[in-house]
Design a protein around this ligand. Structure first.
Ligand code: NAD
Ligand code: ZN
Length: 367
């Protein structure tokens, strides 16, 4: 078991990573609760079915009063409608300021339940128990919570840090392989953006991580969380350095918008293409050695992730449409295109004024 601390002063919290944590959840969560020891567990139907009983038993054994709210699985649940329904159910339960929400699921549950916690009675504490690889290495850490609107993803939300994160590696055993690969995209992102030796370790150990070997997972999830925790502690509200975490995400988001959000293309897959493109674009601009772009692409591909536009759609993409989506991303500032580019593997930087013509030529070339 590995514990990483997110150093945010009096709001600091631990991310605990390891096998068997669900069964210890009661004992680990009880100390961060008020005297009344009451929680509402928010989960989705998949996670509830596989692991809900074990979590409830563990919490109750620690003398915690538990109510479980089960939501439908899927991105559509991150909506105003479900937020309203969830808030109403929390009110009906009589959840009070000193009580807590336990977000038990993937990023969808974490983002929605976290946002509900941020605004319920002007804010209550919450605990993240992430159950997807993506949620364990990314969405459960850092305090970004949000819902989607028809105008875009994650546009309505709040910064609200959890009190504790419990990442149980055992629950990943029931996760579909495709979801594991999507989580891996975010893991390799950390190596690509800032840790060359972690990247090299991933090149050798990708199969072990995807096979769910505990030692490999502890290292992969642990190092990812450590890097995210450090960046978040330095730049909680994304004024600067935190933007590095968007490596592959501007291209990725544009591709997702064109293909349409859903099962056709998952976020992690779009990010796989986006990261490979960020390296190829950096190489095309003479910023990064081209062998680094080739090596980055091979490592992404090794996890079964797509790396080119042709991998994700047979119909060619329109370069101008992609650029328009890049510009509309909420991370864009004042019409200028902001991208995370790289000087090499493990050395990403935020480029604030990317030339549109160069970008267009690159995307036309990419097809
Ligand atoms: P998800 O929550 O939809 O989970 C994916 C699927 O796996 C769902 O069907 C879910 O029911 C199922 N599932 C979850 N855990 C399982 C388990 N242990 N066994 C079997 N099935 C399981 O998707 P996700 O990829 O975890 O999260 C994506 C969301 O996270 C997006 O909405 C994205 O915007 C958000 N996100 C947020 C942040 C952040 O910083 N807040 C960062 C990255 C992504
Ligand atoms: Zn992502």
């Amino acid at each position: 078991i590995r514990t990483v601390s997110v150093g945010l002063g009096d709001r600091a919290y631990d991310v605990v990573i390891g096998p068997g944590l669900i069964d210890q959840a009661g004992a680990r969560i009880a100390p961060v609760l008020s005297k009344r020891k009451r929680v509402a567990v928010v989960t989705d139907a998949h996670v509830g079915e596989h692991h809900g009983e074990r979590l409830a038993v563990s919490l109750e054994k620690a003398g915690i009063l538990v109510d479980v709210i089960t939501l439908p699985p899927g991105e559509e649940t991150k909506s105003f409608e479900h937020l309203a329904e969830l808030s109403d159910r929390l009110l009906a339960l009589g959840l009070e300021r000193g009580d807590q929400i336990v977000a038990f699921g993937g990023g969808v549950v974490g983002d929605l339940a976290g946002f509900a916690a941020a605004i319920y009675k002007r804010g209550i504490d919450f605990v993240q128990v992430p159950t997807t690889l993506l949620a364990q290495v990314d969405s459960s850490v850092g305090g970004k919570t949000a819902i989607d609107t028809p105008r875009g993803k994650n546009l309505i939300g709040a910064f609200h840090q959890p009190r504790l994160v419990l990442a149980d590696l055992d629950v990943l055993a029931t996760l579909p392989a495709r979801e594991l690969a999507c989580g891996y995209a975010e893991i390799i992102k950390y190596g690509l953006l800032g840790d060359f030796s972690f990247f090299e370790w991933l090149e050798t150990n990708v199969a072990k991580v995807l096979a769910g070997e505990v030692d490999a997972l502890v290292r992969a999830v642990g190092r990812s969380v450590e890097m995210k925790a450090q960046i978040v502690a330095e730049d909680e509200k994304e004024a600067g350095r935190r933007a590095l975490l968007n490596l592959g995400h501007t291209f990725g988001h544009a591709i997702e918008t064109e293909v349409g959000f859903g099962d056709l293309l998952k976020h992690g897959e779009a990010v796989g293409v986006g990261m490979a493109q960020a390296f190829r674009f950096s190489a095309s601009q003479g910023l990064c050695p081209s062998q680094d772009a080739v090596r980055a692409e091979a490592a992404i591909k090794a996890a079964g992730l797509p790396t080119t536009l042709a991998d994700v759609r047979q119909v060619p993409f329109n370069a101008d449409a992609l650029i328009a989506h890049c510009g509309q991303d909420k991370k864009a500032e004042g019409g200028k295109l902001t991208f995370v580019l790289a000087r090499g593997i493990g050395d990403a930087f935020v480029a604030k004024d990317v030339d549109r013509d160069a970008l267009r030529a690159f995307l036309v070339e990419e097809g």
